[in-house]
Design a protein around this ligand. Structure first.
Ligand code: F6R
Ligand code: ZN
Length: 187
């Protein structure tokens, strides 16, 4: 039987105690995500930095799961470090992203191609409706840490975003983040 629990989440480090699992993505695990291939290869060859870590509190017998994503600051060319981005396999499942520290942009894209952004900063809990692809982007100079919350069996569907990219990119222009059309987006 699952028992109630109080799980400590540190909003600065993103640690989850106790947690049930975690994984980390280094930049080299994210081939194909960034348009500046030369900058990408140079960073991978030069230490292959940690891009983000996901720590979860997830039990298969519970309908709810939560955890943290901890994103390093950085850029590949003019694009900020970002997550892969995904739809949920179960299309009826939404999610929330509650930012604890740092700053970023949550980029969302509906199944029929509408796009939206939601600012990520402490105090903002982003609502991700069902069947909107979501990618978080660390536009700051510190870690971006957020708590996510979704159905345990929501699942991840990465294929479409990986193959086609997202319609928008978040790039640095004159020292500021700017959302632009993705010139390489494949319809
Ligand atoms: C779960 C969720 C987050 C992300 C995590 C990494 O549904 O949205 O836990 O999985 O922020 O992003 P991806 O999975 O897109 O690499
Ligand atoms: Zn998700």
């Amino acid at each position: 039987m699952l028992l109630p629990a109080g799980v400590r989440i540190d909003g600065d480090s993103g640690s989850v105690t106790p947690s049930t699992g975690s994984y980390a993505k280094r930049l080299g695990d994210l081939a194909g995500l960034y348009r500046d291939k030369a900058a990408f290869e140079a960073l991978v060859a030069n230490g292959d930095p940690l891009a983000y870590e996901v720590i979860d509190y997830r039990w298969k017998d519970s309908d709810l799961a939560f955890g943290t994503t901890v994103m390093a600051p950085g850029k590949v060319g003019d694009e900020y470090f970002m997550t892969r981005g995904h739809f949920h396999e179960r299309r009826e499942c939404g999610e929330t992203y509650y930012t604890q520290s740092g700053e970023g942009i949550l980029l969302l894209q509906s199944r029929d191609g509408e796009t939206r952004t939601v600012e990520m900063k402490p105090g903002i809990c982003a609502f991700i409706p069902p069947d909107w692809a979501h990618r978080s982007i660390n536009t700051g100079t510190n870690k971006l840490v957020f708590v996510w919350h979704c159905a345990t069996d929501a699942g991840h569907e990465y294929g479409e975003i990986l193959e086609k990219g997202m319609r928008k990119l978040v790039v640095e222009r004159d020292g500021r983040p700017e959302v632009i059309d993705n010139p390489n987006f494949m319809r």
